[in-house]
Design a protein around this ligand. Structure first.
Ligand SMILES: NC(=O)c1ccc[n+]([C@@H]2O[C@H](COP(=O)([O-])OP(=O)(O)OC[C@H]3O[C@@H](n4cnc5c(N)ncnc54)[C@H](OP(=O)(O)O)[C@@H]3O)[C@@H](O)[C@H]2O)c1
Length: 341
């Protein structure tokens, strides 16, 4: 137990989510301090270098920075992310570098280095959790530290901790839902405008809801990655991306949307994982009055349990502050479990 000592955090990957975490630390500071939780940001790293201050970095100044850290004169360009992770004095690594679904890098190496060094890890990076959850959770256990990844699945929408903590007394039978805001936005706009997929995709790209290369989202692989994380962490399976039957939304036509609509249904990209081991992603008909029929970029998940019946959650699956919400929740859980006196 560290008593009332500050919890020292480093953020590796200071982009959309990393900056959101820093901003949230500032926004929530007074409230957290009133509960005894003194979070201090002592280091950050991006591709260009690192900044370290054991007394705590000036978050307000950092948040005012536009773009890469390289614009900051006090950055140490000779210090790598590994130097920060392995040599700095801190308690929790927040790992928010880009997801690589093939290698998991650079996040996988970062997370392993921190766990081996006896540091807790909180991440929004799906790659390492999809590819190496078993190895990473074993490393965390061996080093008596926590590995938390709520932000990898539903952004602000809680699902991992809800299933593993609040519903811990239940047998979870299945989890299904909408786990990709880009696809949900495109399908929603196809209903609203009656226009084809390509038009809705262009609009989503113009608004920043879809990447320039949208393949990972629209072909269903992002949803499949999230299902693998749910399967392995909630159901204790040992599944891989190749175990998921995947069909994306690129072949959904305006005619199919109209036909479904006329019969009282919406077409949604639904990911589903069941206790029996089946994992699938496909466009499915959802009744218009069903709780999973959420619109725009929203995500929704329905957890089927034996005691509680069906529990549904919905919320924003992406965004700087939204992903930070899940990361801050994980950090707070570590503090409550290990540091709060
Ligand atoms: N954005 C969301 O709404 C959201 C929601 C949930 C989960 N996620 C996940 O969260 C992670 C971060 O997403 P993001 O949107 O914040 O991405 P992003 O804006 O591209 O930021 C990634 C950051 O990582 C840095 N980086 C890249 N390689 C690095 C390396 N080798 N060492 C140190 N830093 C490195 C980048 O540096 P440079 O700026 O110098 O390139 C950038 O600062 C991803 O894995 C993503 O899938 C995102």
């Amino acid at each position: 137990m560290r008593g009332a000592n500050p919890i020292r955090v480093i953020i590796v990957g200071f982009g959309v989510v990393g900056r959101g975490v820093a901003r949230s630390m500032l926004m929530e500071r007074e409230r957290m301090l009133s509960t005894g939780m003194d979070l201090r940001l002592v280091g950050i790293a991006d591709l260009w270098g690192c900044m370290v201050d054991e007394g705590g970095l000036d978050i307000a100044e950092l948040c005012s920075l536009d773009g890469v850290l390289a614009r900051k004169t006090s950055i140490d360009k000779n210090m790598s992310s590994y130097d920060l992770i392995e040599k700095a004095d801190y308690d929790i690594l927040v790992e928010t570098t880009p997801t690589n679904k093939d290698t998991g890098e650079p996040g996988l190496g970062h997370i392993k280095a921190a766990l081996k060094g006896g540091k807790h890890v909180v991440t929004s990076n799906k790659g390492p959790i999809v590819l190496a959850y078993g190895e990473l959770s074993k490393l965390a256990e061996e080093n008596n530290v926590r590995l938390c990844y709520e932000a990898t699945v539903g952004g602000a929408m809680p699902i991992i901790n809800l299933a593993r903590e609040a519903l811990a007394g239940n047998t979870i039978i299945s989890v299904k839902g909408i786990f990709n805001g880009t696809c949900n936005y495109i399908l929603t706009r196809m209903v609203d405008t009656k226009l084809p997929y390509e038009h809705a995709l262009s609009e989503a790209q113009e608004l920043g809801y879809a990447e320039a290369d949208p393949t990972y989202d629209v072909e269903g692989y992002d949803t499949a990655s999230k299902l693998v994380i749910i399967a392995n962490t909630i159901f204790g399976m040992n599944s891989k991306l190749s175990d998921v039957e995947v069909m994306g939304i690129t072949r959904v036509t305006p005619e199919a949307i109209k036909l479904a609509g006329d019969s009282g249904y919406s077409i949604k990209l639904i990911g589903e994982v069941s206790r029996d081991g089946s994992l699938s992603v496909a466009p499915r008909m959802v009744p218009k009055n069903h709780q999973l029929n959420v619109h725009g970029t929203l995500n929704a998940a329905l957890i089927e349990t034996d005691l509680a019946g069906e529990i549904t959650v919905t919320g924003k699956g992406a965004g700087s502050i939204e992903a930070a919400s899940a990361i801050m929740g994980d950090i707070a859980s570590i503090w409550i479990e290990l540091y709060k006196t």
